[in-house]
Write a protein that binds this ligand. Structure first.
Ligand code: COA
Length: 263
């Protein structure tokens, strides 16, 4: 376990799954500048756990908040002090989106504003049925500054994004699921379900998983023809990997469980 000022990170070499916990429970894990920096440092630390000759070690990350809340958004006390332009420098959202390993947001309690934008920067969102999600910025006379409206417009549609961002209402996990903002809703089994999903992805060939993550991101930024060309460029080098050989062997032989290394 590695402790940063406002984040803790843990890596399990057995499952290849990393855990990152936002740890400012007294402020409902609100995004201070320190916390944003610590998210990046925590992910970098997790990734560095895999730097050895044994292939790619870190293969999935679960992000959650300490003490029953994911994150209540930008730290309002710092936010009101920020000079114009300062906020655009806060890049943990992009770091998560471009992180080479799939990131799953496990959401309990409040997940608001920049907290929801952080969750939507992740690749998957697993929510507890009691979670409350929303973009309340409109009530402060501003809008989500890190892409919240764009993210919901793509996950659901622009009208749903306006519904959430214009009302500023807290919506239930079930409603967020209906709007396709969250992938899965769970009750007491949230921890187990999220862990099982992370381990499932972590057992797959890591280079193929990374290519899928990149291709899915590219699909939101480009047209179909360009996107398909991108997929093809990522597909071809994978044919030469040891993991492709391993997967093909497992397909051909009964009772053989493949082990992928990321090579
Ligand atoms: N930034 C800084 N501190 C925050 C915060 C935020 N976004 N959200 C909550 N906190 C702090 C509160 O100030 C309070 O601190 P205190 O105990 O020192 O007074 C503590 O976290 C607990 O919050 P509190 O408001 O007392 O809890 P609650 O259960 O009554 O309400 C919320 C929870 C989430 C509904 C409420 O805190 C809230 O609306 N927060 C702001 C959400 C928001 O607008 N986010 C977008 C910002 S752009």
């Amino acid at each position: 376990m590695e402790e940063f000022e406002t984040v803790t990170a843990e890596f399990d070499a057995e499952t290849h799954v990393g855990h990152l916990t936002l740890n400012r429970p007294d402020a409902l894990n609100a995004l201070s500048d320190q916390l944003r920096r610590d998210v990046v440092s925590g992910l970098q630390w997790l990734e560095s756990q895999g730097e050895d000759d044994e292939g790619i070690a870190l293969r999935a990350v679960i992000v959650e908040g300490a003490d029953g809340n994911f994150c209540a958004g930008a730290d309002i006390t710092e936010f009101s002090d920020a000079a114009p332009g300062e906020t655009s420098e806060r890049q943990h959202y992009d770091f998560i989106r471009q992180f080479p390993v799939p990131v799953i947001a496990k959401i309990r309690g409040y997940c608001l504003g920049g907290g929801l934008e952080t969750a939507m920067s992740c690749d998957f969102r697993f929510a507890h049925e009691d979670a409350r999600l929303g973009l309340p910025e409109v009530n402060l006379g501003i809008i989500p500054g890190a892409g919240g409206v764009q993210f919901i417009s793509r996950l659901a549609n622009p009208s749903a994004a306006m519904e959430v961002a214009m009302t500023g209402d807290h919506i239930s996990a079930e409603r967020a699921h209906e709007l396709r903002i969250v992938n899965r809703v769970h009750s007491d089994d949230l921890d187990d379900a999220t862990q099982a999903f992370a381990e499932k992805i972590a057992a797959k060939p890591p280079l193929a998983i990374q290519a899928i993550k990149d291709a899915a991101r590219i699909s939101t930024e480009t047209g179909l023809d360009e996107g398909r060309k991108y997929d093809r460029r990522r597909f071809e080098p994978l044919l030469d990997t040891e993991d492709h050989e391993e997967g093909a062997r497992a397909f051909a032989e009964d009772d053989y469980t493949p082990e992928f290394e990321g090579r």
